[in-house]
Design a binder for this molecule. Structure first.
Ligand SMILES: Cc1ncc(COP(=O)(O)O)c(C=O)c1O
Length: 458
């Protein structure tokens, strides 16, 4: 057998999401005057039902029936034991992955886009705006909007727009309108283009554009959606870890090591948060978020208050950051090119409950190619970062002879990222290592903002 697969019957599906804010404390988001923002101040940007979820500290939140119905198109997603990869590595470790690439857009992102579109629709919203990096989030939002009949406008980071033309077509199929960011359509976009007409763009810039487009719409029926970072996004993604727990039980195993790639933190959070709960209650688990060495937010950034976007439209969030005006090098994992990290994931890192690590893009593509050649599935470049860490852990287990159980998130497939693989095979991929001067420049930005408090959850 190359793989062993376990799935859940539809009646075994989790019917609630897990909210980690019942179990950890985070520093609150701050407004321009340095005081905590009120839910009302977010009302032009998000619908109130999602704002309530954003600030909720209830441990379990019911998944609405209409969301479960759309989830049933691809959920429960399979939990797979990667037997052929274990054999190829000659490791005594058991390697499991949660296959989130089976969703219609090809990634974990619809776990939250479906929920967000549902809550917006219930609130009477007709149109949604968003940013997208690799295009996975934009595609996931367009898919969800097509399920619930909402309009959708997507600002796609320029470098990915050029690298991945079929993503735009995918969004179009589902009725979404996609433009390259920075664009000439917003004040934020025009200001950046004036400074640097050839900028590759960044998620921070695209967020500024999408927020501006939502709040400046006069109908009052447009809102903004974010594919990562925020508490409600992490919440919706926990369906991954909750399913995985039940599936691991069917295999009769429990993970010693859990790995997820981390851009804004949502697929990592989705898989790991239900297990972080166990760790806080005594389980021994090594939990690794893996980021690109070119954009090492958790591994080299500072735990500070910073804006989530480049123009400074968003509240100040307590998170690890490389500075909100940092434009990451054009690595081929567009979804990992983000200067910040989810406040919940940042809090866990600041408390030492998770162990951030990084991989270079060449290392990541090498790992992804080994995965594809043993198991067939071609992973997304983002997911390759997780696989690089899994392979390191499996080799460590081989050296020590330990039968470790490793679980990771295959956050997406790479079938629309084949251009990046082509460049890898032509030896055209460059490894970028972040210069210390970037970190020094960022320190100057953070001086103007309050400092987060040191909080302890356990
Ligand atoms: C396949 C895939 N994995 C991972 C990510 C990173 O995002 P996050 O850290 O929020 O999971 C993205 C983002 O676009 C993605 O498309």
């Amino acid at each position: 057998m190359q793989v062993e697969t376990v799935n859940l019957n539809p009646d075994e599906m989790p019917r609630q999401w897990y909210n980690i804010l019942a179990d950890i404390k985070i520093n609150p988001p701050l407004g321009p005057d340095g005081t905590p923002i009120t839910p009302e101040s977010l009302a032009p940007v998000f619908p109130m039902n999602l704002i309530e979820q954003e600030v909720s500290t209830e441990r379990w939140i019911d998944i609405p029936e209409d969301v479960l119905k759309v989830y049933s198109i691809w959920r429960p997603s399979p939990l797979v034991r990667a037997v052929a990869l274990e054999k190829a590595l000659g490791t005594p470790a058991h390697i499991y992955f949660k296959n989130e690439s089976v969703s219609p857009p090809g990634s974990h992102k619809p776990n939250t886009s479906v929920a967000q579109v549902y809550y917006n629709k219930v609130f009477g919203i007709k149109k949604l705006t968003t940013e997208t990096g690799a295009g996975q989030w934009g595609a996931a939002l367009a898919f969800a909007c097509s399920q619930f009949g909402l309009e959708c406008k997507i600002y796609m980071v320029r470098i990915s727009y050029d690298q991945k033309p079929y993503r735009k077509a995918q969004m179009q199929v589902w009725g979404g309108v996609c433009v390259a960011s920075p664009s000439n359509e917003t004040n934020a976009g025009r200001a950046i283009l004036e400074k640097d007409p050839t900028t590759p763009g960044s998620l921070g810039i695209a967020i500024s554009e999408a927020v501006e487009a939502a709040v400046s719409d006069r109908t009052g029926k447009t809102r903004y959606t974010l594919g990562s970072v925020l508490n409600h996004v992490m919440l919706h993604q926990t369906i991954i870890g909750l399913e995985a727990k039940l599936q691991m039980e069917k295999f009769g195993e429990y993970p010693d090591v859990i790995v997820g790639c981390a851009g804004g933190g949502s697929n990592f959070a989705g898989l790991t948060f239900p297990f972080v709960y166990d760790k806080m209650h005594g389980k021994q688990i090594d939990i690794y978020p893996v980021e690109p060495a070119a954009c090492p937010t958790l591994t080299r950034g500072a735990f500070v208050y910073d804006h989530g976007d480049t123009a400074g439209y968003t509240p100040l969030l307590a998170m690890y950051s490389l500075g909100h005006d940092f434009v990451p090098p054009p690595v081929h994992s567009g979804g990992l090119r983000y200067h910040g990290m989810a406040p919940t994931v940042s809090q866990l890192a600041s408390e030492g409950l998770i162990t951030p690590t990084s991989a270079t893009q060449v290392e990541a593509f090498k790992a992804g190619t080994m995965f594809a050649r043993t198991l067939g599935i071609i992973p997304a470049p983002e997911s390759n970062h997780a696989i690089a860490q899994v392979i390191k852990e499996a080799i460590k287990a081989k050296e020590t002879g330990e039968k470790k159980v490793i679980l990771f998130n295959l956050s997406g497939h790479g079938l629309l990222d084949l251009g990046s693989y082509e460049k890898y095979f032509a030896n055209e991929l460059q490894d970028y290592v972040l210069e210390d001067s970037v970190l020094k420049d960022a320190e100057k930005i953070f001086e103007a903002f309050p400092k987060p408090k040191i909080l302890k959850s356990i």
